[in-house]
Structure formats: C-alpha cells, structure tokens
Design a protein around this ligand. Structure first.
Ligand code: PMP
Length: 399
C-alpha cells in the first residue's frame, strides 16, 4: 500500500532517525542511505574516469557514463551526449550564458526573464546583458503568480533571443505551462532556458517532446549529492556552444599555441569531475524511480494543504504560495520570518525563512521575506501537528 511505501521511503533517510522534523526539502533534500553507501564504496576503491586502463578505473568510467544515460532517459532526451555535467543548477545557467549566448547576442538583442526566477536564473542573464549590451526585459506574472503568457506575446519580437523561465517557482510553487511559452518563443527563433531545479522533483519532464533548448537542475534537491548539476542542451544548440573552461580532457589535441576541442559534451567538462557525486547520483536515480511517485507527490501536497488549513486559524496568517503545491510559503503579519525560524529551530523543526534567493519576486508579491515549509513524501501528519503547535507556541512568545 501507499502507506507502506511511504514508511519504507522514510526509513531510507538516516537524518530522520533522531527527532528532526524536516520541512526544508525545497532548499535541499535529505540523503538516502543508498547515496551514503555508494559514496563510501567509491572512496574505498581506486580510480578516476576517462583516464586510465586499470580495471577499477574502467568500471568507474562505465558507471559514470551510465549515469549520463540514466539522466537522458529520466528527462526523455534521445542522446546522452546532450547531457553535460556541471556542479549545480547555478553553474549550468552560467555555462549556458558563456558557452552559447555570450558570442551570439548583440546590443540590439533582448532577453526576457520572468519575474519569478531564482537568482540562479536571473543574475547570469543580468551579467550577460551587461557584457553584450543586450536589453533585459521583465516578464510579469499573472494574478495566479504564473508568468503571464499574454504579456509574453506582447513582449516577444524578432530581437528576442532568450527566454529564461522556471518550471516551478521555489517560492510560490507555481508551475509554468511550458509548452505554450516554448511554442511562442520558437515562432520568433527565441531560445528557451528552463530552470528545472524544483520542477524535476515534483513532476516528470520530456525535454524533446517540449522542444526545450536548455534545461537544468541540481542533483542535491533530488536526493542526490551536492556538487552535481545537470545541463541538457538540445541538438539544435549544442553544436553552436563553445567551451567555457579549459583544461584536461576537454580537448583531443593541444600544442603550445592552440588546441582542438573534444566533441560535446566532453568539451564542456574540463578537469576531473565529481566522480563520487555522479556515481552516487546513479544509485539515487535508480532508487528514486522505483517509488510510486504520483502517490508520493499527492501525499506531500496533502500535508501542505492540511498545514495551510490549520494555519488559517491563526490571525494575520497569509499564504503566499499557490494552492495544491507541496511548497507552503506564508507570512504572519507582525512576526519577522527569521524570529519564527529561530524559535522553530529550537524545537528541531527545519524550515526556511527569508527571501528564498528571489529578491525581485518578493518585491512583486509585496513581501519582504516569508516562511517556507516544503514537504517531501517522508513527512507525516504527526509532524504537521507538531509543527502547528510549535508555531502556536512561537507566536505566543513573539506577539
Ligand atoms: N533554481 C531554483 C528554482 C532553485 O530552487 C534553486 C535552489 N534553491 C536554484 C535554482 C539553484 O540551485 P543551486 O544552488 O543548487 O545551484
């Protein structure tokens, strides 16, 4: 039954063996035992990847490349060659800016960025606009906190070269209807960069059916290790990308004055990669895909909804996030989010307070910080009840 599976899932996490209540999965997920075991095994054997002939190194290379294939399948990309390893979502966005757009954009061009972006999918485009002279244009949100399609249709024109947009907001949980945005963008030959950092955890994605140009996320939000990121670059863009970091293994031949770059994706992966992380992520991907994910997601959403209903009884409570999301972001008027966070921390409850790396979105929403409780399938009704009484206790101290 689903109950059984949820309990088994919960048992995967050593971090939950004490009395921690973890409502901060949108910041980073907890790590399952399988990741820890795989990592320990890796550091107990010898070798590196793509460099040596000995048996251990060969099997590491096989596993390392198998992970690329697993990721390709996971996001429905045809070719593993379109998957580039990075150290996280942030590095993926910066790689796209440097490898693709920096040489293509001119001072006549325009970049459209939605107002709901995490700084990782905003600051690289501000920097790009500064170096190329292109103009950054803000795509406003509609009344449901979703990037506004009508506004996009009005803003896009033949000068628009890039639309940067999130699959799911880390602050509101709002989900972007990607397909329509992509269709409109492509009519103008505008490339689309999708931040899948939150979306990949809560839904599936088919990058090729959607015709996405660039898609990225971090492994650490999907129960994987820190320091590993994924960048999908479609066949329509990858051959036009230039290497942005030079070093070992991104080339086929070098002499003192010049070098010949390797084929993608290797030309974008200079230096010894995060082998432990990528191999750990391999085990995590296999582990993750064995669960009934639809049922799990419904469970997390139902906990967020229940929490919302219980908090609604508190005076001056306001939900910031959208309904039916596993992310519940809220304010309690008169209470500073970080004060509440501190009192909850004293009761072993992990939430996130602040601006959630989305300063412009705070401004749009007319808030100056908020509290975010993000729910995962391992969370329970009991934890929600403890959370509510902890909040009531904190509020009685703070008000
Ligand atoms: N985009 C979104 C929507 C996020 O939630 C995050 C992580 N908070 C990032 C990008 C950046 O991820 P990372 O810090 O792992 O690079």
């Amino acid at each position: 039954s689903l109950e059984n599976q949820l309990q088994k899932f919960r048992n995967s996490f050593p971090a939950l063996s004490g009395n921690l209540i973890y409502f901060d999965s949108a910041a980073t997920s907890l790590k399952p035992q399988v990741l820890i075991d795989t990592t320990v095994n890796f550091y107990s054997t010898a070798g590196t990847v793509h460099r040596s002939q000995y048996k251990e190194a060969q099997s590491l290379t096989d596993l390392y490349e198998e992970t690329r294939t697993l990721i390709a399948r996971f996001i429905s990309a045809q070719q593993p060659e379109n998957i580039i390893w990075t150290k996280g979502a942030t590095e993926s966005a910066n790689l796209i800016a440097h490898s693709y757009f920096k040489d293509i954009l001119t001072a006549d061009d325009e970049i459209i960025v939605s107002e709901s972006e995490h700084h990782a999918n905003l600051i690289p485009w501000i920097m790009l606009a500064k170096t190329t002279g292109a103009t950054l244009i803000t795509l406003p949100l509609n009344e449901n906190a979703i990037p506004c399609l009508d506004s996009f249709k009005k803003l896009i024109n033949t000068k628009t070269k890039l639309l940067a947009i999130t699959q799911m907001s880390n602050l509101t949980g709002a989900i972007t209807p990607l397909q329509t945005f992509i269709e409109v963008a492509h009519r103008y030959d505008c490339k689309v960069v999708i931040d899948g950092s939150q979306g990949i955890v809560h839904s599936s994605i088919d990058v090729e059916a959607l015709n996405i140009d660039f898609y990225f996320f971090s492994a650490h939000k999907l129960y994987g290790p820190t320091g590993v990121g994924v960048l999908y670059a479609s066949p329509s863009v990858i051959d036009d990308m230039q290497p942005w970091q030079g070093g070992g293994k991104m080339l086929v031949h070098a002499k003192m004055e010049d070098y010949i770059a390797a084929e993608p994706p290797y030309c974008f992966e200079a230096g010894t990669p995060n082998i432990a992380g990528i191999i750990g992520f391999n085990a995590v991907l296999k582990w993750w895909q064995q669960w009934p994910l639809d049922g799990f997601e419904k469970h997390a959403i139902s906990l967020a909804t229940k929490t919302h209903h219980l908090l609604s009884e508190l005076p001056l409570y306001k939900r910031i996030s959208v309904p039916s999301s596993s992310i519940l972001t809220f304010t309690l008027k008169g209470i500073h989010p970080s004060d509440l966070d501190m009192l909850l921390a004293e009761q072993n409850i992990a939430i996130r307070s602040g601006m959630h790396c989305a300063h412009p979105l705070n401004r749009t929403l007319g808030i100056n910080g908020s509290i975010r409780a993000s729910f995962a399938p391992f969370n329970t009704d009991k934890e929600v009840e403890l959370f509510i009484s902890a909040i009531k206790k904190a509020v009685s101290i703070l008000r």
